[in-house]
Design a protein. Sequence first.
Length: 346
Amino acid sequence: MSRPELRVDTDRFRSNIRAVRDRIAPSELMIVLKDDAYGHGLRWAVEAAKGMGVEWYGAYDVRSGVETRRVLRDTGRIFAWATSTDDEVDEALRARIDLGVGSAEYLARITAVAERLGVRARIHLKIDTGLHRNGLLPDEWDRTIDDVREGEAAGHLQLVGIWSHLAEASDGEDDEAQNLFLDAVRVAEQSGTTPEALHLTASAASWWRPELRGSVSRIGAFCYGVRSADGPDLVGVTPVAELTATVVDIVDGNAVVGIGAFDGIPSTLAGARVGTPAGARELLRIDATTSVVEGWPGMQLGDSVWIFGAGEHGESSTTSLAERIDTVGEEILTRLTARVRRVSTP
């Protein structure tokens, strides 16, 4: 049985990057690479983005940051924001990776590692603006800024960024979050220069709320053509990946295709529309290693079926599939197993 394939289109990826950059300018794009570049393949994504002249890379964790550094070599800026072990901090500083800092305890550990290595750790200090996903509380901020300035004076730290996450629950709450964020920036400016990277917004807020953008915008899903759940399609942005499987049997006039739940396809997607050589057809059932698709005239063994993609064959996007089961398009991509072969096109 042939393996299913996740085919990623490099030209579409480049086109999406151009569309995102045009939309957010003059804010600079930080392309987010978490979860193996949303399942597309980290090395592929970094190489393509590097070719587009992208400067900032959001790696999430140190392991991904180190892999990104291997591709970028001496170019590019890498930001890893997951709180990490001391050994990981050591590895990050040796690889010239900027670290996101959301607690005084983590700051102290980074400072100690930097002192031991004899280097300056480049840090982005996170203010909690209401999402409560890590970050320093406003009443901790002044004291922590003092600690950072002490670390800078001692040669162990360099404050290069201030950042936060928006809840994106409502425009009003996001406006309040921006006020907290700007207050935090003003406090930092009172004791030193303004950090170069001020980043509050991710994909959705960067696209729709220009007044919230900082000098850098962290954007992942939109670069890969994954729209927000329950959100509109985006002008100039197209799904980069398509998931295909082949017809391995024909039973009772329906096509049995070589992909199933063991490959990461949720069985609850039964009833969705997938693409075939004859256009959209219903995905009737998802079994362990195969699925059954409504047949079409002239179907043959070896025909391709598109589980998701850009819609050229009648298939749904990842987000459209995700909306059927109350999740997000990124999950449909990142849950695919290693049996799904990744193939990139120029």
